[in-house]
Write a protein that binds this ligand. Structure first.
Ligand SMILES: Cc1cc2nc3c(=O)[nH]c(=O)nc-3n(C[C@H](O)[C@H](O)[C@H](O)COP(=O)(O)OP(=O)(O)OC[C@H]3O[C@@H](n4cnc5c(N)ncnc54)[C@H](O)[C@@H]3O)c2cc1C
Ligand code: FES
Ligand code: FES
Length: 1254
């Protein structure tokens, strides 16, 4: 029932010290929308819209008139309804500081500590640290880490972000030796690293930082204090388009409202309600907002009339109607009694990620004993995430009353609780056997904790738990990460002005942290612009029978619905489909789009489009199904050396196996975003978008519109992360938007919501590797026959190239004399998988390391020994006959073993494992040989355009895209070096098809290599022109020379060109000079695994990466660390869930977990190893992708720990640990009495909730 209310009140709050009076406050409008679109404060970013990423963090401050204090807290603006802000002061990143006024120390330090790459997460990071400092000006490192727990960053790997925060701590734990020129990593020992020159550890200068002065912070608006103190508060009502918001003035008022509107929810934090409304289509005509009522904040123990107590017991938690709140009731306080003597209460939980994650299973358990005994008097066990509500194991508890707290009781309890709590095999959420195991594993933890507690009460009477079980009691603590980064020092003779080799800050870093860096959706609204929402297929393979758009068209604000019929040119270009026509080939395929005056209208209308389908057989989802149906996208790719069949005859042993590697979501923080602007004349169109390949967007848009490419301009300033996901997909999405812009004749803003982006754009290819390996008993591998299959999805995209890369890079660092490798891309009915950092290498190489580990296990040798035995040792030829020198590989490997104290720590881990039954430690070291570039020469070319203006300032343009990797920064360094002018003279504005045509994609770690050479070439051309002038006036200034050149009619603009590395690959022969050069590396990681829950903690990682000469060590270290953490996520916790019908379930940060600050190594050491690489600019190397694979050191360390657990339990040596090693996989592989006890279902009797697609 809608209330009939006469008017809407004025909503009054403050934003950044300025009063906001909103006369038409709509309860459905959230603060993020309001600040971005109404107030035009675009520093606060949209990334997930559901409270899960922290990009939209702001600070909300309120005055509490009872305590007379101001309370500051961070809030995710996407979940804050504006109506909840009456009387509050909001601070956004713009209110903290700006380049135009004064930057705040938090912003300055985050930038100068190199805590930004793409910068999209940076305003949220600033706000989380800033809010902490407002409450605690001298925080502890732990407070910094905790404050950042809800903020996701996909680029940096968090280490520099935490480090910037730690500079505010009194006891800074940033390496004390930083800046001293000497390092605890001991560089004076004649090590191979230091042979190449002095190593530095100083990436920034703390002396430059402004001090934090809390007295300079803005004051809380006095008007809001007056409002809060006003004794005559009255009820407030805000009437929106569809809903009403009521803020009661008193508790009685609230009760009256609840009686009048019993179904109206009470909005408190809105963190449950908000996501339900947004993502589950929940709707409410009335909201009641009682947050300001003191009665809900201060417990009145006297008990008022009308109050009643509801016991927090089983029926209540299970939401049984008779025990639940009546609709007109509210909770005014929760009373949690202190536990008494002989009473033990514990909460236990397991989640995919340590912080910011819903529990996979959680439990609350309490036991009360007869005084002085271990006889159970009262027992309660509640479990969460095992059914639709909290579940009480009440029968089990009842049966156990009177029993002693001993092993027999535990054994019975486990059996009974499994009988009582049944999770059906096809239960929503999946992980059924794991959840069943957790039910009893958590019970066992509780049992141990209580036994320990009893022992502490009376050690004589109650023996303690075995020493070996002690470590099972505690969860992993959250530690503040620390570490050291080492890189080569710049030659002391290098001119001070020359920035090459210095850790120069990202050129946009300050703009990132102040929120002034402009991304696509930050661009101001354009007259007449329309918002686009996609209509996507709900079937994996079906005929489209009809599309009914009538209801959608009738909705307010809707201008048009666009479908395949509206594409004037090619709708199916290079086998990529823009709008589905006649049939759909995956869930998530774009069938149409709705263009409307607001995004909300477009989205509502998209839901109303009715599409009738008729399923088509076959529906192919997995690689296995594709193999059954012989469904492939391309022909097989193969390389071979030696005589594989012959070699198998003479080896001591042969093993065969399979490795499954699941896919990965890019999860760039800025979702795919496009602004398409049709021009009045000549069918011209301009597209602003985030892409790694503007040329491809131009090509696809021209094809879709049937116009020459010279009418289409693609402009790209920066994007909030890409990781390969913005190479191919923006071309399709660009075409989709351009068709809409063309049809409506109006500007189109197409900003994908996180869920749509995850669904439509797909990600890394899942892979199945099948191997047969022949080897000698001493671990020498003589023959390998390996087949790779990737799940390419429904269209070609980049799958052919991905397979080529997998095959060419499939030997990694190992020489196998008889080697055959084949690869094929399967065609399935999944959204088309695409490029992703490492381009197949991170998947394929896991298979290599897995079979080497399996060989080691068979030979009873440590894996590192077998890796070393089989590693390339001298100048050699790859399996495709390209010559290379693995010397830096051997150095990285040796350094990594030595500096990580690998062998000593391995012994220590073995000792730890002997003493601990339920926690195990594991170490692994992985070597890496990674090829840079593309085997097709013309993809390695690049061009640049450099203008010198008459004031001496320089504008550089090139074909590369700024994705956060710092390409523009490095190009400034190159231009500064070549033109011999300060960096401040040089500007890069954007990348555009107008200034530099036909640019190739920015990927393959080649951005700096090829664009750097092109910029260098242009600068050298200009310097050659200026040379006579400089010679005549050598003491003159740059500005004088430029003025003179103009007077002499010398052109001050030049193009630069790099023809590219002359690579080639002949697939007929399986031979070629496929890559220009190789990057080598090694990483060692140590983990601790909780065998009872499957959780793991990354204790330490050491990375040695061959960087040759780093043009900018901080950017390169940023790439190495960021890629490593992204790789670690890929190999451990990131898990895409698909139904057997091809529906992707994981479409938000709630159900797809990328690493947060708590997942990164507690100790993190990164060294850039010096080598030579004359082929590349300034003898540098491209490091964008290589670090990704090094994340697999964590996977293999987990493998090592799990193997230790299994050995102790007497289980077979070799086992299959696929990727990712999720908590579920770890737990279920650590087989024990609990995994043996759970009920198992016959797989043929049910369809699981989710399936593996690799
Ligand atoms: C990113 C993210 C992560 C999360 N992680 C977790 C997690 O790990 N574990 C977890 O359990 N939850 C998690 N949640 C869910 C949510 O935060 C919690 O359930 C939280 O307790 C909800 O509190 P709220 O104040 O925001 O509730 P709201 O969303 O404001 O309200 C929730 C419901 O409670 C009712 N209600 C509120 N106050 C009263 C009252 N006084 N009397 C009667 N009814 C009332 C409302 O009517 C409404 O139906 C997460 C949410 C987000 C967005
Ligand atoms: S938390 Fe608000 S956009 Fe992600
Ligand atoms: S810098 Fe953090 S997401 Fe890009």
């Amino acid at each position: 029932m809608m209330p009939s209310l006469p008017h809407s009140d004025e909503l009054i709050f403050f934003v950044n010290g300025r009063k906001v009076i909103e006369r038409n406050a709509d309860p459905e409008v959230n603060l993020l929308f309001y600040v971005r679109k109404r107030l035009r404060l675009t520093g606060t970013k949209y990334s997930c819209g559901g409270g899960g990423c922290g990009a939209c963090t702001v600070m909300v401050s309120r005055y509490n008139s009872m305590t007379k204090t101001i309370h500051h807290y961070p809030a995710t603006a996407c979940l804050v309804p504006i109506c909840s802000l009456y009387g509050a002061a909001v601070t956004t990143v713009e209110g903290v500081g700006s380049i135009k006024t004064r930057i705040h120390p938090v912003q300055e330090r985050l930038a100068k500590c190199h805590g930004t790459q793409c910068g999209f997460c940076s305003p949220g990071m600033v706000m989380s640290i800033y809010t902490l400092l407002r409450n605690h000006p001298e925080p502890t490192p732990e407070q910094i880490t905790k404050a950042l727990g809800g903020n996701l960053c996909r680029c940096t790997g968090y280490r520099p972000i935490v480090e910037s925060g730690k500079t505010f701590c009194v006891e800074s734990t940033v390496c004390e030796l930083k800046g001293s020129g000497k390092c605890c990593m001991d560089q004076e020992d004649g090590s191979l690293v230091s042979r190449w020159g002095k190593m530095c550890t100083k990436l920034y200068d703390e002396d430059e930082f402004q001090p934090l002065d809390p007295s300079q912070e803005p004051i809380f608006p006095p008007e809001l204090i007056r409002m809060a103190k006003d004794p005559n508060k009255r009820r407030l009502t805000f009437q929106g388009e569809r809903t009403t918001w009521i803020t009661p003035a008193t508790l009685n008022d609230l009760l009256e409202l609840k009686a009048n509107f019993p179904k109206a929810p009470l909005v408190m934090g809105n963190t449950e309600l908000g996501p339900s409304i947004k993502f589950k289509n929940e709707s409410h005509p009335v909201f009641i907002f009682p947050l300001g009522l003191p009665e809900l904040h201060f417990v009145n123990t006297t008990g008022d009339e009308g109050q009643q107590q509801i016991p927090l017991n089983g029926p209540f938690l299970e939401r049984s109607p008779e025990a639940d709140l009546k609709s007109e009731e509210i909770v005014s306080s929760v009373y949690i009694p202190y536990s008494t003597q002989w009473h033990f209460v514990f909460g236990l939980r397991m989640a995919q990620r340590q912080e910011n994650a819903f529990a996979i299973v959680n439990a609350g358990m309490s036991v009360k004993f007869e005084d002085g005994t271990n006889t159970i008097k009262k027992l309660q066990m509640f479990y969460g995430s095992v059914g639709p509500t909290t579940v009480s194991a009440s029968q089990t508890c009842k049966q156990l009353i009177g029993r002693q707290w001993d092993d027999q009781m535990l054994s019975d309890a486990c059996r009974w609780v499994l009988d009582e709590i049944y999770i059906p095999p096809a239960a929503e959420g999946g992980m059924v056997e794991y959840r069943r195991t957790l039910i009893i594993s958590l019970l066992f933890k509780f049992y141990l904790k209580v036994r320990r507690g009893l022992n502490q009460m009376d050690p004589q009477k109650f023996p303690d738990i075995p020493e070996k079980f002690m470590s099972a009691l505690e969860d992993f603590p959250i530690e503040t990460p620390q570490g050291i980064q080492m890189f080569q020092c710049v030659d002391p003779h290098q001119p001070p002005q020359d920035p090459v080799g210095h850790p120069v800050m990202h050129q946009s870093a300050i703009k990132h942290t102040t929120g002034e860096a402009v991304y696509i959706d930050d661009m101001p609204c354009i007259d007449q612009e329309l918002f686009l929402a996609p209509i996507t297929s709900t079937r994996a393979h079906a005929k489209i029978i009809s599309i009914d758009i009538s209801e959608a068209l009738a909705l307010p604000g809707v201008v048009d619905v666009i479908t395949a019929e509206d594409v004037p040119g090619d709708n199916n270009y290079q086998r990529e489909i823009f709008y589905a026509q006649n049939e759909v080939i995956c869930v998530g395929q774009i069938v149409g789009t709705v263009a409307a005056d607001t995004y909300a209208h477009a989205r509502e209308a998209a839901k109303k489009v009715k599409i009738a389908y008729e399923d088509i057989e076959p529906r192919i989802i997995t690689i296995e199904q594709a193999l059954e149906h012989n469904s492939f996208l391309f022909d097989e790719k193969k390389i071979e050396q030696g005589n594989v069949e012959q070699a198998f005859k003479y080896v001591d042993q042969i093993i065969e196996g399979e490795v499954h590697v699941e896919g990965q979501e890019h999860f760039y923080m800025e979702t795919s975003s496009i602004l398409a602007l049709p021009k009045e004349e000549d069918k011209e169109m301009v597209l602003h978008l985030g892409t790694q390949y503007p040329t491809r967007v131009q090509e696809y848009v021209a094809a879709a519109l049937n116009v020459p490419r010279n009418r289409i301009a693609c402009r790209m300033k920066r994007t909030g992360g890409a990781f390969g996901g913005k190479v191919a997909k923006p071309a399709v999405l660009g075409a989709v938007s351009a068709v809409a812009a063309n049809k409506t004749g109006r500007p189109i803003r197409f900003i994908l919501e996180r869920g749509d982006d995850m669904l439509i754009t797909a990600g890394r290819h899942p892979l199945l590797g099948k191997y047969k390996i022949g080897f000698m008993n001493n671990g020498v591998i003589k023959a390998a026959d390996v087949k790779y299959y990737v799940n390419g999805g429904c269209t070609p995209d980049e799958s052919e190239m991905v397979v080529e890369f997998i095959v060419l890079k499939s030997e990694n660092a190992h020489y196998i004399p008889n080697f055959r490798c084949r690869g094929r891309a399967c065609k399935t009915n999944l959204p088309s998988n695409t490029a992703f950092r490492g381009f197949g290498f991170p998947q394929g190489t896991v298979v290599v390391e897995a079979y080497i580990t399996a060989v080691a296990s068979q030979c009873n040798l440590p894996p590192e020994e077998v890796k070393e035995i089989n590693m390339y040792k001298r100048i050699s030829k790859t399996a495709f006959k390209q010559t290379f020198n693995p010397e830096p590989l051997r150095r990285c490997w040796k350094e990594c073993l030595e500096k990580s104290s690998f062998y000593t720590r391995k012994l220590a881990a073995e000792e730890f494992n002997k003493k601990n039954y339920w926690k195990k430690r594991g170490l692994a070291i992985v070597p890496m040989k990674f090829c840079i570039g593309i085997p097709t020469a013309y993809y390695n070319q690049a061009a640049a355009l450099v203008h010198i203006y008459l004031d001496g300032s320089v504008l550089v343009t090139h074909g590369g895209c700024e994705l956060g990797q710092g390409l523009y920064t490095k190009m400034i360094q190159v231009a500064s070096h070549e033109l011999n002018i300060p960096q401040s003279y040089i500007h890069l504005s954007e990348t555009s098809t107008v200034t530099v045509p036909n640019g190739v994609f920015t990927s393959g770690s080649m951005g700096t290599d090829i664009n750097g050479k092109a910029v260098q070439n242009a600068c050298q051309t200009l310097m050659a022109r200026l040379h006579p002038i400089i010679r005549k006036n050598p003491k003159g200034k740059w500005e004088d020379w430029i003025a003179k050149a103009f007077e002499e009619s010398i052109s001050l603009s030049a193009t630069g060109y790099f023809k590219g590395y002359q690579t080639n690959m002949d697939w007929e022969k399986g031979e070629g000079n496929a890559y220009p050069y190789y990057v080598y590396g090694a990483a060692c990681s140590e983990v601790e695994v909780d065998c009872l829950t499957g959780a793991h903690k990354l204790l330490r990682t050491d990375i040695f990466m061959d960087a040759a000469f780093s043009i900018n060590p901080t950017l390169d270290i940023g790439q190495v660390e960021g890629a490593f953490i992204q790789g670690m996520g890929f190999y451990t916790i990131e898990e895409l869930k698909y139904s057997s019908e091809g529906v992707l379930y994981s479409r938000s940060p709630d159900d797809y977990k990328i690493p947060t600050v708590t997942e990164i190594p507690e100790e993190f050491y990164v060294t850039l190893v010096r080598s030579q690489n004359p082929i590349a600019i300034y003898s540098s190397k491209g490091l964008g992708e290589a670090g990704m694979f090094l994340g697999s050191s964590v996977l293999f360390a987990i493998y090592d720990a799990v193997a230790a657990a299994r050995r102790e339990r007497g289980l077979t040596k070799t086992f299959v640990l696929s990727s990712p090693a999720t908590p579920e996989t770890i737990r279920m592989t650590c087989v024990d009495q609990f995994t043996d006890m759970i009920p198992r279902d016959d797989p043929s009797t049910f369809t699981p909730w989710s399936i593996r697609v690799s």
